[in-house]
Design a binder for this molecule. Structure first.
Ligand SMILES: [Zn+2]
Length: 293
């Protein structure tokens, strides 16, 4: 543990480069260290932490705290499936909030107690740009950031490649910071045969907290070709799977969706696990279409 203590006292838990092949010894080490360190705040990747929550349940362990404790989620899109598994283990007295951030910029926004995402307008000048113009509320738009008062590494109109929708609604929490919905990275959207697109967030809304799924990954492999792979649990039924597949076919406007239960899904080379990826969105011409600035 000493070797992973930062100078501000933060403990960095051990993590394996490919989540689902994490050796049992390392899983137990991470769970033991949470108990020993007894944190009041955990800052986690949601897919990684949902995996640990499942392992806790399997081994009959209980959380080190179920009250007066906070979990912040970041790094990748927090799927409803991951969130459900974490809250099932930790209970509803543990505050859970999704953070919007980028490693090169820091905290861009945060989820409020009313469950809405607000942008950080204290440290950044925020723009939502579509086709070179400011986006209207509700439109898909790219987040463009200018840092305020950052003399070490200032960014001016930095096109983030992240897609958002701005909301015109005031939030019931009372914050006046802009309310947004982070839709995902432009390189991870699903392009449909009619030229429209479905964002990773929209896909996740469709799948929902799905009791029968532990983890999923949608992969657009080619034009009008999709592969949905998932890890199922004891709550799986053929009916639930058929229902989801029908919804996916309607939303993606195609029958070309393979749907397979797996026992293993690989993390990407950087160790992250992305719930929605698209080789079509990586193409140069598609990236230009999304490059709205
Ligand atoms: Zn709010």
């Amino acid at each position: 543990m000493e070797s992973r203590l930062l100078c501000d006292g933060t403990l960095v838990l051990p993590v394996y480069h490919d989540l689902l092949t994490t050796p049992e010894r390392m899983i137990n080490m991470a769970l033991d260290e949470i108990e020993i360190y007894d944190p009041h705040l955990l800052f986690v990747d949601p897919t990684h932490f949902a995996f640990l929550a499942r392992e806790m349940r399997k081994s009959g362990r209980t959380p080190h705290k179920t009250d007066g404790f906070c979990i912040m989620s970041g790094f990748t899109l927090c799927t409803q499936v991951a969130r459900r598994q974490i809250t099932e283990v930790y209970g509803d007295k543990v505050a859970f909030a999704d953070m919007l951030g980028m490693s090169e910029l820091g905290y861009l926004g945060f989820e409020c107690p009313a469950g809405q995402q607000h942008m950080n307008t204290k440290d950044f000048h925020i723009e939502f740009i579509r086709d070179g113009r400011p986006a209207e509320p509700g439109e898909l738009a790219e987040l463009v950031i200018t840092t305020l008062g950052d003399s070490l590494s200032p960014h001016i109109r930095y096109a983030t490649g992240d897609i958002y929708r701005l909301s015109s609604d005031a939030c019931s929490c009372g914050s006046t910071a802009p309310v947004v919905r982070h839709e995902g990275r432009s390189k991870n959207v699903l392009w449909l045969h009619d030229g429209s697109l479905v964002t990773p967030k929209e896909l996740d809304e469709l799948i929902g907290p799905a009791q029968w799924i532990d983890m999923y990954q949608m992969n657009q492999t080619n034009d009008d070709e999709f592969s949905f792979q998932y890890i199922r649990n004891d709550a799986w039924t053929q009916g639930a799977e058929d229902e989801l597949l029908a919804k996916l076919q309607a939303t993606l406007k195609t029958k070309n969706i393979s749907c397979d239960a797996k026992s293993y899904l690989p993390a990407d080379r950087g160790g992250k696990f992305l719930s929605c990826i698209s080789s079509v969105a990586m193409r140069e011409e598609k990236r230009r279409l999304i490059s709205w600035v």
